[in-house]
Design a binder for this molecule. Structure first.
Ligand SMILES: NC(=O)c1ccc[n+]([C@@H]2O[C@H](COP(=O)([O-])OP(=O)(O)OC[C@H]3O[C@@H](n4cnc5c(N)ncnc54)[C@H](OP(=O)(O)O)[C@@H]3O)[C@@H](O)[C@H]2O)c1
Length: 160
């Protein structure tokens, strides 16, 4: 089974997005995302797929959707269980890149949560990271950053 790693950038209230876009565009966080996901399969829902300006280079795109996507570079799954079965045969780290519905589906299965915790709020956000019990995870702070907004990268590793 692949090691499943959820990667997300969340506000103080677990805000994720608004109008099918990201809320905050933080330069170093985009680099962080790229460094981690590069050369790994990435799993996303259809809305997140639509929100991408283009396919992300050097990453196999696995999209969960009821739609058909005519692109040979994308592997489409119409059923969550089929996707999980596929991931069971994958022997590498797979990144779950969102959005909210996909995080919720994968939260019980994910080994690690790689979160960018942003020290900001967005009352008009319309999607949120699902609730979870922090006590189920060991928390490791990886890096603290101060750009125009302060934020930190943390790794939450599921306790055995
Ligand atoms: N802050 C972050 O780190 C981050 C990361 C990613 C995304 N986002 C934000 O999150 C928002 C998008 O999140 P979202 O929750 O609206 O959408 P999403 O999770 O990206 O995609 C949801 C869609 O995926 C498909 N889907 C979900 N479960 C399925 C299933 N079991 N079987 C088949 N298809 C399924 C459905 O599409 P169809 O039925 O239409 O096929 C569903 O409408 C955007 O604002 C985006 O910018 C933020």
């Amino acid at each position: 089974m692949a090691k499943l790693i959820i990667i997300a950038a969340i506000g103080k209230n677990k805000e994720l997005g608004k109008n099918n876009e990201l809320i905050w565009h933080l330069k170093e966080d985009l680099t962080f995302f790229k460094e981690h996901t590069l050369n790994h399969p990435i799993v996303m829902g259809y809305n997140t797929f639509l929100s991408l300006p283009k396919l992300l280079p050097k990453r196999k795109h696995l999209v969960l959707t009821h739609q058909n996507i005519e692109n040979p570079d994308i592997k489409v799954f119409h059923d969550f269980n089929h996707l999980v079965k596929y991931l069971q045969e994958v022997d590498e780290d797979v990144y779950i890149i969102g959005g909210a519905t996909i995080y919720k589906l994968f939260l019980p299965l994910a080994n690690e949560l790689l979160l960018t915790e942003i020290n900001a709020e967005c009352p008009s956000a319309d999607v949120y990271f699902p609730n979870f019990n922090e006590n189920d995870y060991e928390r490791i702070t990886l890096k603290e950053i101060n750009e125009e907004i302060s934020y930190k990268h943390v790794l939450l590793r599921r306790k055995k």
